[in-house]
Design a binder for this molecule. Structure first.
Ligand code: ADP
Ligand code: TYD
Length: 200
């Protein structure tokens, strides 16, 4: 059963659009579904937004993202215990991909360090969709946003993209060509989720 499903990819890859549409379709078809996201709207999540804007020390940023996730995971576990399907727009791989890019000049193997740091407090998704797109194309998609955050620069997103490829090996991950149409992507994700999920 695919009950806890996460959506990952660089900024502008289409995670929010597709995950919301998949959640709406699941709900419309009678599946009890929650759509959620990180960074969250909690007090810690708001502090995360400040860390991004202020370009805080990458260690502080990493710990804060992880704290936000640990709090969020308690809520996600509760939803799963209640029998819901939970779709989450960004989860642990976001920290591995982005904060490892931030920390690359600070230590030898930031990916490994970040994975170790939170492994006992985070949930293991049943499926993680990775939306793959050339960073130049994703930046073109989001250039109309009123204020681009410091992470939304080409050189940085190229590093994040490479980190995503490194951390997404294994059966849990499904790599998607994010330049396909929205309808096609929604269908692929939806079908993949319900494959082994019995309708309540
Ligand atoms: P993310 O959540 O990954 O940052 P969004 O879902 O906000 O990305 O999408 C960024 C922009 O790209 C939006 O304007 C959205 O409408 C558009 N978009 C998303 N998916 C596609 C797609 N498959 N094809 C074309 N445009 C897309
Ligand atoms: P988000 O609002 O999901 O951005 P977008 O919709 O553009 O994809 O996330 C805000 C930023 O925070 C985004 O640049 C990715 C970054 N981020 C991290 O660096 N680490 C994390 O653990 C998470 C969850 C997000």
């Amino acid at each position: 059963m695919k009950r806890f499903v996460t959506f990952e990819g660089i900024d502008g890859s289409g995670k929010s659009t597709i995950s919301k549409r998949v959640a709406e379709k699941l709900q419309a078809d009678g599946y009890d579904t929650i759509w959620t996201y990180e960074p969250t709207d909690s007090t810690v999540g708001k502090y995360v937004q400040e860390c991004i804007k202020k370009q805080s020390d990458p260690f502080i940023t990493s710990f804060t993202f992880i704290a936000d996730r640990i709090l969020h995971s308690t809520q996600i576990q509760q939803w799963l215990d209640d029998g819901k399907i939970v779709l989450c727009d960004r989860y642990a791989e976001s920290t591995y991909a982005y904060q490892a890019a931030q920390l690359e000049s600070e230590m030898k193997d930031p990916l490994k360090w970040l994975q170790e740091l939170s492994k006992d407090r985070i949930l293991l998704p049943d499926r993680t969709f990775l939306f793959l797109i050339d960073p130049k194309a994703s930046l073109t998609r989001i250039q109309h946003r009123t204020e681009l955050i410091p992470f939304e620069r080409l050189a940085f997103l190229e590093k994040v993209h490479m980190n995503y490829l490194k951390v997404s090996k294994g059966k849990r991950f499904l790599h998607l060509d994010a330049t396909q149409s929205i309808e096609t992507l929604v269908k692929i994700c939806y079908n993949d989720i319900i494959q082994k999920t019995k309708k309540k």
